[in-house]
Design a binder for this molecule. Structure first.
Ligand code: IVH
Length: 694
């Protein structure tokens, strides 16, 4: 029920239910490390709670879930910044996807007829860990965390018998981060659960949750009682090369005293990939531990290096997943959620059902067209599928089970927000209608405004402690905070702070803490600032790329104003940044094309001290230089050349101008080479360029 229609009694009832539900989920997440819903669904419950609280502020409970700010972060382990980020893998789901992976690798490397050798390793269903060895001694062990920063669980990892405290053999680099999977075998899992059940303790849903829960125990003595195991399959930082291929690396790990994944194979070409998958699927039932697919990796490390990364995953590896697990349940209701950008998402509320060991209560229905296409109706029996950490999905309706009186679902025509705006279909810049429906209320739609503000203060953005959803919503309703800059004005507004102090449940200490928390964020890193703005398609990774690309807030904002005016040079400069493509450019142009947004951003900037970005490399021959590649390159592809130059701190532009420092020209170079000559720029051959960066 949209909360505009809720009466007070129903609101109270739902808030009570939400509080219980969220508290239970918190226990499962923190104490048991065995969450039964996805983070997105958890967030949706919290959002629902906040929305109802916003309408009925006097019903906010003293122990409301909205008061537990940032509760999902573990505070028990110290943060560890990985020497090299721990990446994730792209997924492949079919033979065709696997073949396309091979084709893409060959295209990128321009291999022609040559075949590519791969390793095909089981994808272990546990949790990854990074072990830092210095001079062969284990000095630190960490969880993956967000990939960049993990949790220090050294003491717990030391209790795992298969993790050497001191590397054996020889040939290990002086400093190396060995990476792999912490997991629990089937038998060990069954024994652990049986003992827990006997003792009247709670049991774990699956071996992965049990492994995660066991590793993240505050007391290592408890971890020591859990029969955790470890397979080594990758590495991060390595002070020296120690292998020429992935296969050799696995053998090296074994010689240093690690267990490596059994059933790993070295195969050739696309056909080898398909055979390895079939073999792994056949072997799966006899394995003593859970696997959820096969990981394919390009064997040659020099090729891996050339292939590099896109966003958070390597181009040289892919995870081929086993088909998702499915179950039947009843669709009880369809709720509509409004996100930060006004996009409206229908969410299916389900009779709880276990799919692949996890209880599922919500599933995404994607959009109105999807509901219409599948003719999903309330009361239907549906097939739900869950693959890995992906949000559960509704695959199909079981028509035989459809109640006789069922009615097609009528998608709301108006936003559940107080404006009741007509829900328009989004159109692309080319004028094509998309499936996304959006509330066009923008900053007048309280849902969107509040979602924007929530994003702004969220952990990965400004991370303002004490300014959680509840406070933000309350301050919003009272008109104290309508946009980001207001937060910083509030902290310096003595009258407003005094008024806050007078308020029930907002005592002296809370006010002091809030003020300190806000002041602490007045100085902010440029990438966080950019991420916090909530530009579509600009997540943390892209924000960091933008911050590094432009260096400081002034340059970034000046460039964005030009992008909004569709200045070709500014757009080319943005396009030249690694990982920035058309979607980001369009989103930036749209965002900074809005006077409203420009004003909000400038106003905010006036309140802050924005720290310039750390430039990636300054000690290379090409750091800070603007480079243009033209003509055909023989030893590398254009994409590779660009990635390499950027990794050395150079900027790669697509057109030659006065600002260009180096033009690398291959055979067939035309007008750009001419312009370079006219401007008297430094022109290098491919060989000379390679010598320069060697
Ligand atoms: S390689 C750069 N190999 O899968 C990629 N990962 O989605 C490094 N995983 O976080 C990972 N078995 O937890 C690799 N044989 C294997 C793996 C494996 C399981 C997990 C790992 C990683 C996730 C990637």
């Amino acid at each position: 029920m949209p909360e505009v229609k809720l009466d007070e009694a129903a609101a109270l009832e739902e808030l009570t239910r939400l509080a219980d539900e969220l508290a239970a989920h918190d226990i499962r997440y923190f104490q048991d490390a065995a969450p039964t819903i996805s983070d997105a669904d958890y967030d949706a419950l919290k959002r629902r709670n906040a929305e109802i609280e916003a309408r009925f502020p006097h019903l906010v409970r003293d122990n409301s879930p909205s008061l537990r700010v940032g509760a999902r972060r573990s505070e028990s382990f110290a943060p560890v910044t990985h020497g090299v980020p721990m990446l994730s893998l792209d997924n492949a789901f079919s033979d065709a996807d696997a073949a396309e992976f091979d084709a893409r690798v060959r295209r990128f490397l321009r291999l022609g007829e040559e075949t590519v050798a791969y390793t095909a390793e089981p994808k272990i269903d546990g949790l990854s860990a990074s072990l830092r060895y210095e001079d062969g001694v284990l000095v630190q062990g960490a969880t993956r965390g967000d990939g960049r920063v993990g949790e220090d669980v050294t003491a717990n990892l030391r209790t795992i018998g298969e993790i050497p405290h001191r590397l054996k053999g020889k040939g290990w680099p002086a400093v190396i981060e060995v990476r792999g999977e912490v997991y629990l075998g089937h038998e060990e899992f069954a024994r652990l659960n049986a003992a827990a059940a006997e003792a009247g303790d709670r049991t774990y849903a699956n071996p992965r949750n049990a492994a995660a829960g066991s590793l993240r125990q505050i007391d290592p003595a408890i971890t020591a009682t859990r029969p955790l195991r470890f397979f080594a399959y990758a590495w991060g930082l390595a002070s020296q090369p120690f292998a020429a291929t992935q296969w050799e690396a696995l053998q090296a790990f074994r010689s240093w005293g690690f267990a490596v994944t059994p059933n790993a194979q070295r195969v050739e070409g696309a056909s080898g990939l398909l055979e390895a998958y079939a073999a792994m699927e056949a072997a799966r039932p006899r394995l003593a531990f859970d696997i959820d697919g096969v990981v394919y990796k390009v064997d040659r490390l020099d090729w891996q290096e050339r292939l590099g990364f896109v966003s958070r995953s390597p181009r040289w590896a892919v995870a081929r997943k086993f088909p998702a697990e499915r179950a039947r349940t009843i669709l009880e209701a369809i709720d509509i959620q409004v996100g930060r950008t006004g996009a409206v998402t229908p969410v299916a509320r389900l009779t709880p059902v276990t799919v692949g060991g996890v209880v599922v209560v919500n599933a995404t229905l994607h959009n109105a067209d999807e509901i219409a296409r599948k003719d999903v109706r309330i009361g239907d029996t549906v097939v739900v599928q869950r693959a890995g950490d992906v949000i559960p999905q509704i695959v199909e309706v079981v028509l035989d089970e459809r109640p006789a009186d069922s009615q097609p679902f009528v998608f709301p025509t108006h936003c559940p927000c107080s404006l009741h705006t007509l829900l328009a279909r989004e159109t692309t810049t080319a004028g094509v209608e998309t499936v996304v429906r959006r509330c066009t209320g923008e900053f007048a739609c309280p849902f969107q405004r509040i979602e924007h503000l929530k994003h702004f203060v969220s952990r990965r953005a400004f991370d303002i402690e004490g300014l959680g959803e509840k406070q933000l919503t309350a301050f919003f309703e009272e008109g104290l905070i309508r946009e980001p800059a207001d937060i910083f004005r509030l902290a310096r507004n003595d009258a407003a702070m005094a008024a806050l102090r007078e308020r029930e449940r907002y005592g002296e200490t809370s006010v002091r803490n809030l003020r300190a928390a806000i002041e602490a964020r007045r100085t902010i890193a440029l990438d966080r600032f950019i991420f916090a703005l909530g530009i579509r398609h600009v997540g943390e990774t892209t924000a960091l790329v933008l911050a590094r690309g432009y260096g400081d807030a002034e340059s970034f904002l000046a460039a964005m104003d030009k992008v909004a005016d569709r200045d070709p040079e500014a757009m080319a400069e943005l396009d030249a940044l690694d990982q920035v493509g058309g979607a980001v450019i369009e989103a930036a142009a749209a965002y900074f094309g809005e006077d409203h947004n420009r004003r909000i951003v400038q106003d905010l900037k006036g309140q802050l001290l924005i720290q310039p970005a750390e430039r990636p490399k300054t000690d290379t021959a090409v750091a800070g230089k603007t480079v243009v590649f033209t003509g055909s390159l023989e030893r590398m592809t254009r994409e590779e050349a660009k990635a390499k130059a950027e990794s050395l701190g150079a900027k790669v532009a697509s057109s030659v101008s006065k600002k260009t420092d180096i033009v690398v020209a291959g055979p067939g170079a035309g007008s750009k080479l001419k312009t370079a000559a006219e401007l008297g720029l430094q022109v290098l051959t491919e060989e000379e360029w390679l010598a320069l960066i060697a």
